[in-house]
Design a protein around this ligand. Structure first.
Ligand code: C2O
Ligand code: CU
Ligand code: CU
Length: 480
């Protein structure tokens, strides 16, 4: 009751405030309809060591680093059009920042150490003031030593609700991670092992859903779920298969797509990537169905069961899902797009002989000595604030041609923008869509249209965090 009361009072206050300001609002009369989403949400997020029971089943609790003492950290929910002010307190023994993955926000709020802000020292604070334009499923995580800080449990979901969300019975977020734990459920050391840096990253041995290993999720026949899947793992690709069900994908990386049923019912997510699904609970009363991750065929595992109750929620199934409302994305000018070639190289079995590192040409042995094994266009990142790989004109459209010249998959992520994936290996994409992270298979080439509409220096890097650490990172500058 207390919460409901607070909400009503807050809402009424906003209504009064908006009415007074209406004459000055550029949106004119439309503003009134947007009142529930207006205003600012304010919260404090503390990053600090914590102890959580990840594994359950009689295992000891795991010492983690967490936001607000929980893994995942608190889910932040906003209405589209709302602002978010987050004061981050650093209770860690090392510097940190918070990055808002996928949000197209002002550069100064992007949370990249040295590039967009000084790192927050131990004991320090920083206030982020965000005005995310898009509805969708996003997440937040540190960007200092992210392989270790994310790997120890610092992450959380950030959901921006549509002004008029599609009707569903439940809207659930699944934050999916994998952990490398010892037999005592402690986080295995070290981070940044050369084997992980040069191969597929730090793969774990324990998979969690919202920071636990749930046996089953109780559902009811006829129920319609919206599932927001977020892959926050350092390195593991995930391909969720809902046995006995037919999920519809309605958004990728937060951005709406025309609803489609994925091939073989599998939803493939590289680290950093998200998918919004509509799943109708079409199973029989009392039945159980596995949700499986079989991204690595020989290493498939059960994520959770859908366990049906006996009483249907409704008698006849709902019609197909409705498309989500569009976000205010820029319109690419494909005809005028300048081509930008990006080649990622290196890693085990990659044959990288030499690359530029901190202005010098180094052979692979010397690079390995520095813990660096990946290059973007022949350059190995030595810090975050590097000379830009590209300098783009604000408002122009570019065609990014991304080629993976390695033996490993790479989820390549650009900050501050969404780009439109239009082709793979020279053929038009079956379903062109917007994304902030694109998974490049080994030897694959992907083309994407980017409207450079957000000024500033933006990180462009592999979201396998060990690859990022080992040099697979660059800066894309958009002129002010
Ligand atoms: Cu999810 Cu550069 O980050
Ligand atoms: Cu990001
Ligand atoms: Cu990579």
């Amino acid at each position: 009751m207390g919460l409901a009361m607070t909400f009503n009072i807050t809402r009424r206050t906003f209504l009064a405030g908006m009415a007074a300001g209406a004459a000055f609002s550029p949106r004119g009369g439309r503003a009134a309809a947007e009142v529930p989403g207006s205003g600012t949400r304010t919260l404090t997020l503390r990053a600090a060591p914590a102890s959580v029971n990840l594994v359950g089943g009689g295992y000891p609790a795991t010492a983690v680093w967490a936001y607000g003492g929980t893994v995942p950290g608190p889910e932040i929910r906003l209405r589209q059009g709302q602002r978010l002010r987050v004061t981050v307190e650093n209770g860690l023994e090392q510097p940190t920042t918070v990055h808002w993955h996928g949000l197209r926000i002002a550069n100064a709020m992007d949370g990249v150490p040295d590039l967009t802000q000084p790192p927050i020292p131990p004991g320090g604070t920083f206030t982020y003031d965000l005005a995310p334009p898009d509805a969708g499923t996003y997440w937040y995580h540190p960007h200092v030593r992210s392989a270790e800080q994310v790997g120890r449990g610092l992450y959380g979901a950030l959901v921006v609700e549509e002004a008029d969300p599609p009707p569903v019975d439940r809207d659930l977020t699944w934050v999916l991670d994998d952990w490398r734990l010892t037999d005592e459920a402690a986080i295995a050391q070290p981070f940044g092992h050369m084997m992980d840096l040069s191969h597929g990253g730090r793969m774990g041995n324990v998979a969690t859903l919202n920071g636990a290993i749930p046996d089953a999720i109780a559902v009811r026949p006829g129920e319609r779920l919206r599932l927001r899947l977020i892959n926050v793992a350092n390195a593991r690709l995930m391909a969720l298969r809902f046995t006995g069900h037919r999920p519809w994908v309605v958004a990728l990386d937060g951005q709406p797509v025309p609803p489609f049923a994925p091939d073989e019912g599998r939803v493939l997510l590289g680290p950093g990537m998200r998918a919004d699904l509509i799943v109708d609970m079409a199973g029989a009363p009392g039945s159980r169905h596995q949700v499986v991750d079989d991204a690595y065929a020989r290493n498939a595992y059960r994520v959770v069961d859908l366990a049906y109750g006996d009483t249907p929620l409704r008698d006849s199934p709902l019609d197909g899902p409705v498309a989500l409302p569009a976000n205010p994305l820029p319109v690419p000018d494909e005809g005028a797009a300048e081509r930008l070639q990006v080649v990622v190289a290196g890693g085990a079995m990659g044959g990288l002989a030499q690359a530029t590192y901190d202005g010098k040409t180094l052979g692979i042995r010397d690079l390995v000595q520095q813990g660096k094994v990946w290059a973007i266009n022949g350059v190995v990142a030595h810090r975050t604030d590097m000379p830009p790989l590209f300098t783009l004109d604000r408002g122009r459209t570019y065609r990014l041609v991304l080629r993976n010249d390695t033996a490993w998959p790479h989820p390549m992520h650009l900050h501050g923008h969404a780009f439109r994936i239009v082709a793979r290996n020279g053929a038009p994409a079956a379903r062109p869509h917007w994304a902030d992270t694109v998974l490049l298979a080994p030897e694959e080439t992907v083309e994407a249209l980017l409207v450079a509409d957000n000024p500033g220096d933006w990180l462009f890097h592999c979201h396998i965090l060990e690859h990022h650490q080992a040099g697979m990172s660059s800066v894309v500058r958009v002129r002010a």
